[in-house]
Design a protein around this ligand. Structure first.
Ligand code: TMP
Length: 198
């Protein structure tokens, strides 16, 4: 089973992935945790702050290329029966880059349609997504407490990314409010995964 955890920066994805991973392992499941962008991906601070169409298109192709490599190790893990949990996957590109590419197409629907065409080179697709929903202002406060900001992290942009997530996520998505206690969020996510495994 292949599950992606998605959400805006500061939504708690990394904490959730770790919590679910630990609990599934303790429950006797074989789990492989992974994330995007992968180690091989390079993005300058400048690129993450430049919110223009050209940079977004270039980053979209680079994130997709990174994913193309990433899918090989995901496939290997799935083949040996591991549950694979990834912190970000295709939906991250559709949401983060889609917002900025939209002026080319004029509507979110056409933008996403084009991005999905390009993403057809990705053959390993998720079975389910867990989406952590949170107000951008609350998420940014969390990141502020960690003391690390990237160029993608500003409230106006993240509000639009959040809207895009709502457009691109399909029926196989569990939407969870991640404003509160992450242990509780993890319980709900785990219940959902265990049901899917049965
Ligand atoms: P992270 O904060 O989850 O490590 O992700 C790093 C940044 O990369 C985050 O701001 C979201 C961004 N990103 C995209 O814009 N598009 C993508 O396809 C991926 C995987 C990440």
């Amino acid at each position: 089973m292949f599950i992606a955890v998605e959400g805006i920066d500061g939504s708690g994805k990394t904490t959730l992935t770790r919590l679910i991973g630990d609990r599934l392992s303790k429950g006797g499941h074989k789990v492989h945790l992974t994330r995007e962008p992968t180690e091989r991906f390079r993005m300058s601070d400048d690129e993450s702050t430049r919110h223009d169409v050209q940079t977004a298109i270039e980053l979209f192709f680079r994130f997709t290329e990174d994913r193309f490599h990433h899918q090989a190790s995901i496939r290997e893990n799935l083949e040996i029966g591991n549950i694979v949990l990834t912190d970000r996957y295709i939906a991250s590109s559709l949401a983060y880059q889609g917002v900025l590419i939209e002026p080319v197409f004029g509507s979110p629907q056409e933008t996403v349609e084009w991005m999905l065409q390009v993403s057809r080179i990705i053959e390993v697709l998720t079975d389910s997504t867990i989406y952590l929903d949170i107000e951008p202002e609350t998420a940014l406060k969390r990141i502020g407490n960690r003391g690390k900001y990237s160029g993608f992290e500003n409230a106006a942009y993240l509000s639009k990314v959040r809207e895009y997530y709502r457009i691109v996520l399909d029926r196989n998505t569990l939407f969870l409010d991640s404003t509160g206690d992450m242990e509780e969020v993890a319980e709900n996510a785990l219940e959902y995964i265990v049901k899917k495994l049965c």
